[in-house]
Design a protein around this ligand. Structure first.
Ligand SMILES: [Cu+2]
Length: 147
C-alpha cells in the first residue's frame, strides 16, 4: 500500500474508532450541484489507491451532505475493472439506512441519509476500500458518535 493510501486509510480508521468526535466540516463542500436525477453526490468505486471511493463533489473518499439527501454509489466501467460491495460498517444511532450485498457486483447503489452523523463504508471484498458520508445537522456539524 502506498504511503498516501496508508495515510488516507489511517485517517478514515481514526474516524471509526473515535468517540464523541465532532467534525466541523467546511460548508463549502456542501455546495456541490445536485445531479440531474436528484443525488446530492455520486461516489465512484475505483481502482485508484487512496481514492478507492471517489466523490464527484470532493474528489476524495469523503463526502458531506445534508440530512435527507441521497448518494449514489457507482460500480462501473468508468472507474474499475472489478466488482465491489458498498457496505455500511458504522452509522449514527437511529439511522435505518441499510446498504450491503451478499456478493460483489457492478451497477449503481443508492442510499438516502436521514439521520445526521458519520457513516463509514467499506467494500467487503477489498476492506482497504473505505469511504465516509458525513451528514450535517442543523448546526452544520457531523458527529461521529453520540454520548
Ligand atoms: Cu471492492
Amino acid at each position: 500500500m502506498s504511503s498516501t493510501a496508508s495515510k488516507a486509510l489511517a485517517g478514515l480508521l481514526s474516524i471509526s474508532i473515535s468517540c464523541a468526535v465532532t467534525f466541523a466540516l467546511p460548508r463549502l463542500v456542501t455546495t456541490a450541484v445536485m445531479s440531474p436525477d436528484g443525488a446530492a453526490d455520486v461516489m465512484h468505486l475505483t481502482d485508484e489507491p487512496g481514492n478507492w471511493f471517489a466523490s464527484e463533489a470532493t474528489g476524495t473518499p469523503v463526502t458531506v451532505i445534508e440530512a435527507g439527501e441521497r448518494v449514489d454509489f457507482k460500480i462501473g466501467n468508468c472507474c474499475t475493472n472489478t466488482r465491489h460491495t458498498v457496505t455500511f460498517i458504522m452509522q449514527p444511532e437511529g439511522s435505518s439506512v441499510d446498504l450491503d450485498q451478499d456478493k460483489s457486483q457492478m451497477g449503481t447503489l443508492s442510499a438516502t441519509f436521514e439521520v445526521p452523523g458519520v457513516y463509514l463504508i467499506v467494500c467487503k471484498i477489498h476492506p482497504y476500500m473505505t469511504a465516509v458520508v458525513a451528514v450535517l445537522d442543523e448546526g452544520g456539524l457531523a458527529r461521529a458518535l453520540d454520548g
